[in-house]
Every structure is written in structure tokens, then in C-alpha cells.
Design a protein around this ligand. Structure first.
Ligand code: HEC
Length: 191
């Protein structure tokens, strides 16, 4: 009697497990077909004039943050930065980054707002990322965005200069930033 009950329960579980596996496989096949159809028939709108939907934007941004966290573990950040590194970092930032990321009291270049995803202001990025994480973002860039991998064209010391400047940035007021820009290039027009 007990043996018969056991056999019945086992058969029932096997039946359920089989149905579950078939369900998962069906979802996989439908997902695969939808994915292929999206690629083959241009179903996903890749135009920059139509921004990512909220879910896609959230997924992309958090994938980026977690990828940076995962890949920065073996980068040892320096204990601190010198004033010379911050000054050099400002010069490099003004030449390489400000058009896309703006600065205190300074907007991004107009064309940059038409990039999708649009480059964020990085005034408080140092509060969100550690120096090692910022170094990895700068060195390796961000796939599927306009953020270049600067490690291809800049030395390690230059990459740390950018980080030094980003670390100082939250404490630089719009007036100080304007003075720094003017000292770097007296002809630079205010926005
Ligand atoms: C052509 C435009 C462009 C240039 C030039 C550029 N970036 Fe970026 N950057 C981006 C975009 C777009 C992102 C957003 C990536 C994302 O989240 O998908 C980004 C992201 C970042 C982030 C992460 C910001 C955050 O809080 O999520 C930092 C920090 C950063 N850039 C720093 C720099 C620095 C420093 C330079 C100069 C060496 C630079 N970028 C040059 C486009 C640019």
C-alpha cells in the first residue's frame, strides 16, 4: 500500500517536472524567436531621437554600474592626490571631457544632448564611484554609449590625473571653475 502511494507520488512529481521543463523550453523558444525577429525586422528603434524606454535605460545603467564594480577589484587606488595632479587633470578635462560632461555652471556642448544615452554631468560622480572604479570607467570606456576607452590613448599617470580632478570636482564652485577656465584660456567665452 505504502509502496503504491510512493510510486504514485514519484510519478506525479516526474509529470510536474516534465511539464515545467517543457514550459521553460517553450518560453526559451518563443524568446529566441522574438529576439531573432527583433534583429531581423528592425523592431527595436535604434534612432537617437527616440530615447531608451525606462526599463532599457534602467537595465543598461545598472549593468554598467555592476560591470564597473566587478572589474575594478584589482585596481589599487592611490592613497590621495596632489594639487599638481588636480591641476593637470583639469587641463585634460577641459580639452577631452567638458564638451560631453559640462562642469560647475557650464553646460555640455549642444550637439552632445543629442547623444543617446546622453552623457551625464559628472560633478558628483566621485560620490558614486571609488577612485579605482572611476579609473576603470576612464581606462576602459562604456560599451553602447559615446564614452571612449581613454586607456588606448592616455598614459596611466594621465588617467589618474582625470580621477584626481573628478575627486576634487564636488568642491569646485561655478565661480572657481570659471576662473580656472579663464586662467587656462583667457579667450574662452563664458556660456
Ligand atoms: C563623446 C562624449 C564623451 C566624452 C568625450 C567623454 N565621455 Fe564620459 N561618458 C559619456 C557617456 C555617454 C557616458 C554614460 C555612459 C552610460 O552610463 O551608459 C559617460 C560616462 C562617464 C562617467 C560615469 C558617470 C556616471 O556618474 O555614471 C564618467 C565618470 C565619465 N564619463 C568621465 C569622463 C571623463 C573624465 C572624460 C574625459 C577624459 C569623458 N568622460 C569623456 C560620454 C563621453
Amino acid at each position: 500500500m505504502l509502496a503504491a502511494a510512493r510510486a504514485y507520488v514519484a510519478a506525479r512529481w516526474r509529470g510536474l517536472a516534465g511539464a515545467f521543463a517543457a514550459g521553460v523550453a517553450a518560453v526559451g523558444v518563443v524568446g529566441g524567436v522574438l529576439g531573432l525577429a527583433t534583429v531581423a525586422f528592425g523592431l527595436y528603434d535604434t534612432t537617437a531621437t527616440n530615447p531608451h524606454g525606462r526599463v532599457a535605460a534602467w537595465a543598461l545603467h545598472h549593468t554598467f554600474i555592476n560591470s564597473v564594480r566587478r572589474r575594478s577589484g584589482d585596481v589599487a587606488g592611490p592613497p590621495g592626490f596632489t594639487a599638481a595632479q588636480v591641476a593637470a587633470g583639469f587641463d585634460q578635462y577641459a580639452a577631452d571631457c567638458a564638451m560631453c560632461h559640462g562642469g560647475p555652471g557650464v553646460d555640455r556642448a549642444r550637439w552632445v544632448r543629442q547623444l543617446e544615452p546622453s552623457p551625464p554631468f559628472v560633478i558628483d560622480s566621485a560620490r558614486q564611484f571609488t577612485p579605482a572604479q572611476l579609473f576603470v570607467i576612464l581606462r576602459d570606456g562604456v560599451k553602447m554609449s559615446a564614452m571612449p576607452a581613454w586607456g588606448e590613448t592616455r598614459t596611466t599617470a594621465e588617467l589618474w590625473n582625470y580621477v584626481a580632478f573628478l575627486e576634487a570636482l564636488p568642491r569646485i564652485s561655478p565661480a572657481e571653475y570659471a576662473a580656472m577656465r579663464h586662467a587656462r584660456d583667457p579667450a574662452e567665452r563664458e556660456h
